[in-house]
Write a protein that binds this ligand. Sequence first.
Ligand code: BGC
Length: 384
Amino acid sequence: MSLIQSLRAFKKHIPGGENIKYSVQLLYSIYYLPSGGHPDKHPNRPPMKRLFFSIALFTFIISMSNLSFSQPVAAKDQNLKLDRGVNIIGYDKAFWQDHTKGRFKESYFKMIKDAGFSTVRVNLHPFSQMDSQHLISPLWLQTLDWVVDKGLEANLMIILDLHEFTAMADNPEAKKEMFLSFWKQVAPRYKDKSDKVLFELLNEPNQKLTVEMWNTFLAEAVKIIRETNPYRTLIIGPGNWNGIESLNTLKLPENDRNIIVTVHFYHPMRFTHQGAAWANEYRNLSGIQWTGTPEEKEEVESKLRVAADWSLKNDRPLFLGEFGAYDKGDMDSRSRYTAFVARTAEKLGFSWAYWQFDSDFIVYDIEKETWVKSILNALIDKKD
Ligand code: BGC
């Protein structure tokens, strides 16, 4: 095996080894570069080929040393990279049949990046796409490949979020096999993908999927994923809808430090979910404002601080995976609230993802092909 072949094999088998791909390619092409920069013409300069080769070698050595330091990636560093994100494609049914016919278009990946987001949290509903053996339809998986590749091309971090929380909450025992089967198929499929791809085990475990049951389900899923993805960063949240109040019930594998913990935040619900048809208690409410009084701010801050204290105590970085206020509230209140939650989360060191790009709570209006400016500006306060 030649040096180049060995390096290629190395790259293939070491997760994140693709970091060295470019310097290997550079070395390879320069090795075969014709000699240039004749020494007689430029007596004080080394021949061009030797100079290029030295630069490439230097780049290679640097990338190799980065490699050894970054394996496995640290959850804290990954969380810094998640930074500011947005939830995408969850309820775009046509998209999952044929991505060219969905609402979400390829150009949106770059547009999201250019608007100032670093991350997309892709909300996945694969259960209806499974056959009797729980095998996911090849077409659905190909669509997911496309999402991952296009997201990476746009230089985004990509969270694959299993969003089957309703099915899991209704009958967790019956659905457990589907839950584990999903990760048995998805984890090996993306095992060689960039470390910019993260796996989020399950959105908002709730109701019959109790906190105790969730702790056992998640431990099994982590074990399955780690067989093929020893260095993949995972995202896991507590039961009771990823509520901050339930963080203390969450049991994670103690020695697995490549985990980011997620919580969701919609307090006060009577403001954020006023008029929301799916929220029984709040569906008939309207006209509730959020003016940013000291009391309102303190309510948000004190709850988020509970999460920050937990994070510090347990040495687990935090990702606020969903927050926002439903479209029925007045826009001024919604923007004010959204900005305050985002800035408070940042102050406390959390990364975040806004709920959501399209469908409801929208930050982008697909019909008009334009950003909802007040929500976008609330989220992205142009930092340097
Ligand atoms: C659910 C959405 C819901 C949102 C806010 C998400 O986790 O998937 O259906 O609109 O939470 O309630």
